[in-house]
Design a protein around this ligand. Structure first.
Ligand code: ASP
Length: 444
């Protein structure tokens, strides 16, 4: 719609509301939205659910970008590194993710044994046979290879899409080096197309981020309004144990970053946005677009983050491991069961293995909890109590999961020659900044 001249001239004298909105830093807008959302949830209670669609739109906008983002950044990233480097990065990521998840599981179990959540609550054991069982590892591994790449994209199967993107990226790298000029030319065209696609998705992400404060407000208000303090109080000790574990785990990341000589404060300054997004969306997968932007600002090259971040969003679940550990101890406590060492080891093993095959979506941890409780032979009834406050626990554990992915990505980049660049990007979340980025990309 054309604007009358008078409006246009007055706009040039005074910045428009939209421009002023863009100028406020994103993290500030998100923080205000978070606080206002909590207040609104407390005031309006369950009635606040009418604004759920505003939050759903935010989640859908993020999810809409996840699959194109993984596919395009991974093809571009893989095509820019040698297969040897890629194998090394993959090996490091896998070891980092498994070790930190196992460590997190011990923190969760250890802290819960110390804090004894649920020790005062008594609950009858109830029926014992309704839990989930973990899929066999062989099935998880076979599912990594997609039967149909379009099906995998449509169903949001992260590992399967990563597998295809890896194959495509490696093939593209070989084509680029081909001595046949025609093939090398085609490969260069494909590469330009993929790089252009990445820039396009990045620009959309930055636009979506401008909507994120509204989404954050709605999502947090609904969780607070629906959970309420009545559900929270009896389970305060469990919430305390899980959040204490998350705090310890984040301290561990900070220490590890120090060991890798990374500027910790700068890391957390850039990580704030994905951490907050994870907190309210409760989805590591959905937070990927925001984590990717943070990795860029931290100076990590696509060759690393395009691989480590999506991989982390499905196999690295440190916060979830803390939760599974602590909640299993809670289940044992409320039913008056003394956990044996074998049961504790079973819970730890199931938790770590199940995290590999579980996607980073809201509530995934609750399913893992039922697997762990079933494997340990504990009664299932108290899990219903935990389910009542699952959203509150999911917020913290997803935030921890995403922080772990980003910290690992930063550390791995540091150990790979040429994969970490001194950050040059301007502050996050400004559309005009992204336009500059776009121009830079075009100039290349
Ligand atoms: N929501 C978590 C995530 O996306 C998984 C969980 O439920 O613990 O990482």
């Amino acid at each position: 719609m054309d604007k009358p001249d008078s409006v246009t001239s007055s706009e040039s004298a005074r910045p428009s509301l939209w421009r002023r909105y863009l100028e406020i830093s994103l993290i500030w807008k998100l923080s205000v939205a978070l606080v206002l959302g909590i207040v609104a949830g407390l005031i309006f209670g369950p009635g606040i659910s009418v604004i759920q669609p505003l939050g759903d739109v935010f989640l859908r906008l993020l999810m809409m970008l996840v699959m194109p983002l993984i596919l395009l950044t991974l093809i571009a990233g893989v095509a820019s590194v040698s297969p040897k480097t890629l194998g090394r990065i993959g090996g490091k990521a896998f070891v980092y993710y498994l070790v930190t998840t196992a460590f997190a599981m011990s923190i969760g179990i250890g802290l819960a044994l110390l804090m004894s959540p649920g020790a005062g609550l008594d609950m009858p054991a109830g029926d014992e046979d309704e839990g989930e069982t973990a899929p066999p590892l062989s099935e998880v591994l076979v599912d990594i290879v997609p039967e149909n790449i379009f099906g995998a994209l449509a169903e949001g199967q992260v590992l399967a899409v990563m597998f295809f993107a890896l194959c495509a990226g490696v093939a593209l790298a070989y084509l680029q080096d081909s001595s046949d000029e025609r093939l090398a030319g085609i490969a260069a065209d494909i590469r330009r197309f993929v790089d252009g696609g990445v820039e396009l998705v990045f620009l959309i992400i930055r636009g979506v981020l401008q909507y994120s404060p509204i989404g954050v407000f709605a999502l947090i208000a609904v969780v607070v309004g629906e959970t309420g303090s009545d559900a929270l109080l009896p389970l305060l000790q469990l919430t305390g144990s899980v959040y204490a574990g998350i705090f310890v785990q984040i301290l561990v990341y900070a220490l590890m970053l120090l060991v890798f000589r990374a500027p910790v404060i700068r890391f957390f300054r850039e990580a704030k946005e994905p951490m907050l997004t994870a907190f309210v969306t409760r989805s590591s997968g959905g937070t990927l677009p925001v984590s990717t932007q943070a990795a860029e600002r931290l100076g990590v090259k696509k060759g690393v983050y395009s691989f480590t971040l999506p991989l982390g969003s499905t196999i690295n679940m440190d916060g979830t491991a803390i939760y599974v550990g602590a909640a299993t101890v809670f289940v044992a406590n409320v039913t008056g069961t003394e956990l044996s060492l074998t049961q504790i080891a079973t819970v730890a093993a199931v938790g770590v293995l199940a995290s590999i095959g579980t996607a980073g979506v809201p509530g995934a941890g609750l399913i893992m909890l039922t697997m762990a409780v079933t494997a340990a032979g504990l009664p299932m009834a108290p899990v219903a109590l935990v389910a009542g406050i699952d959203a509150i626990l999911d917020m913290g554990r997803t935030m921890c999961n995403v922080t772990g992915d980003l910290a690992g990505t930063r550390m791995i980049a540091k150990t790979e020659p040429g994969m970490l660049e001194e950050p040059r990007d301007p502050p996050a979340g400004k559309l005009e900044d992204s336009t500059q980025d776009g121009r830079k990309a075009d100039d290349l």
